[in-house]
Design a binder for this molecule. Structure first.
Ligand code: 6PG
Length: 472
């Protein structure tokens, strides 16, 4: 085989699947893994009979690649990426390019792009979504960084990505850490929607008394609607139907109720707070995971802080696909997207990413974890109005909010009376009620700040900055 078109470092599941995807799409590949045995095992197994060759050292790997070298790094985010870049840099030549396909912190990517570009290399921080199956069959890809480097990999990634009606699910996102920032926000939205679906399940179980199959039926109904049809609703139905092979109970009921996280949800919330963008639904989802992990404390607190007496919640019936609960789930899913898109809009200005929000809606329509039919509406909203301040005020979304808000209110109020926590649903209600309020009570907060700290305030009736001696 001539020199390979594309190189991959890191034969974990994602790395293996991405290289098999590239090869299937006509690109010859060379792979490297720190443990040579892993490379040999891959080439003798899943990589056998394909235009994929191995390498035994980074020098050997580099020598087997055509120029400019296109190298995808699929190693753990953080220090391992920096270590790998340090080992590779002396071997690279002008114009060669590195791609980090992991979930790196976008500020790390900003730094790496600047460093590598100063040495005349290209650097791309590329969010890849879709899990192991997506990596093999077609993920959604969010590459950002050196523009010319993107052009050198464009034919490759356009073929590797998931394909939807209007094209592949990949586009150049923007300079610096833009690709990894967009992937981080994708994951923040993912956290929001996962928690919304978990809250709906909990209400159906604890309030309506449905068993796993009955709850799965509801998710099945929802997955047939324009507003909720999505990968996450689809897999929720599957999870709820799955039985424990030993004993036949609903498997989800045997899973410990403590959710882990690897960092991207936290980074979304931290960036949002730093940038001054409210993302309460996503934040509630993150907090819910953290609180769920305090399992020992929760169990100890249960008898000390007893639940209120049982209270019925009007959730609807299977005949109307649990209409009020569906309204609540739709609005909380919409709020997750709305908050994520608002964060992208702000980051675009602050970091000069020049993000195309309609294009981001388009590349999320296939391959990724938050793929959903609703993304077509999101794409439409930003195509019609690229400066839309918030998805909630787009006419189609505003109609959804106005029509479904009574259902959300009813569910949140009922859950409050029944003592069932619904952090994402209730945060969504507060978010919408706050966002649509021309006047909020922060006039009083301003008064207090001025009272004790002379922080000054503005007046509604005349311009300027004012201070009052409140305590005289
Ligand atoms: C994807 C996923 C994936 C991500 C986890 C989030 O898009 O394929 O977002 O990249 O790492 O799903 O992980 P945690 O829930 O563990 O934080």
């Amino acid at each position: 085989m001539d020199k390979a078109h594309f190189g991959l470092i890191g034969l974990g599941v994602m790395g293996e699947n991405l290289v098999l995807n590239a090869e299937r799409n006509g690109f010859s590949c060379v792979v490297y893994n720190r443990t040579t045995a892993k490379t040999e095992e891959f080439l003798a197994g899943r990589g056998a009979g394909k235009r994929i060759i191995g390498s035994t050292s980074l020098e050997d790997f580099i020598a087997k690649l055509e120029r400019p070298r296109r190298i995808l790094m699929m190693v753990k985010a953080g220090q391992p990426i920096d270590d790998l870049i340090a080992s590779l840099s002396p071997l690279l030549e002008e114009g060669d390019l590195l791609i980090d396909g992991g979930n790196s912190l976008y500020t790390d990517t900003e730094r790496r792009v600047a460093e590598l570009e100063s040495k005349s290399f290209g650097y791309i921080g590329m969010g890849v979504s879709g899990g192991a199956k997506g990596a093999l069959e077609g993920p959604s890809m969010m590459p950002g960084g050196t523009r010319s480097a993107y052009e050198a990999i464009e034919p490759l990634v356009r073929k590797m990505a998931a394909q939807v009606d209007d094209g592949p699910c990949v586009t150049y996102i923007g300079p610096g850490g833009a690709g990894h920032f967009v992937k981080t926000v994708h994951n923040g939205i993912e956290y929001g929607i996962e928690q919304v679906l978990a809250e709906a399940y909990d209400l159906l179980k604890r309030s309506a008394g449905f068993d796993g199959d009955a709850i799965a039926d509801v998710f099945g109904q929802w997955n047939a609607t324009e507003e909720l049809a999505s990968f996450l609703v689809e897999i929720t139905e599957v999870c709820l139907r799955t039985k424990d092979p030993e004993g036949g109970a609903d498997l989800v009921e045997l899973i410990v109720d403590a959710a882990g996280q690897k960092g991207t949800g936290l980074w979304t919330v931290v960036s949002a707070l730093e940038m001054g963008v409210p993302v309460p639904t996503v934040y509630a989802a993150l907090n819910a995971r953290v609180l769920s992990s305090q399992r020992v404390e929760r169990i100890a607190a249960a008898p000390v802080l007893p639940a209120p007496p049982a209270h019925p919640i009007e959730l609807g019936s299977p005949a109307d696909a649990m209409a009020p609960l569906q309204d609540a789930a739709v609005l909380a899913a919409i709020a997750s997207y709305a908050q994520g898109m608002a964060l992208l809009k702000e980051a675009s200005v602050l970091h000069d990413y020049r993000l195309d929000l309609a294009a981001i809606g388009q590349i999320w329509k296939g391959g990724c974890i938050i793929r959903a039919r609703l993304l077509q509406r999101i794409q439409n909203a930003y195509t019609t109005n690229p400066d839309l301040p918030n998805l909630l005020v787009d006419p189609w979304f505003a109609e959804q909010v106005n029509r479904r808000l009574p259902g959300l209110r009813q569910v949140v109020a009922g859950a409050a009376l029944a003592g069932i926590p619904v952090p994402c649903l209730s945060s969504t209600l507060d978010y919408i009620d706050s966002y649509r309020s021309p006047r909020l009570p922060q006039n009083l907060v301003q008064a207090m700040r001025d009272c004790f700290g002379a922080h000054t305030y503005e007046r509604v009736d005349r311009p300027g900055s004012f201070h009052t001696e409140w305590l005289d």
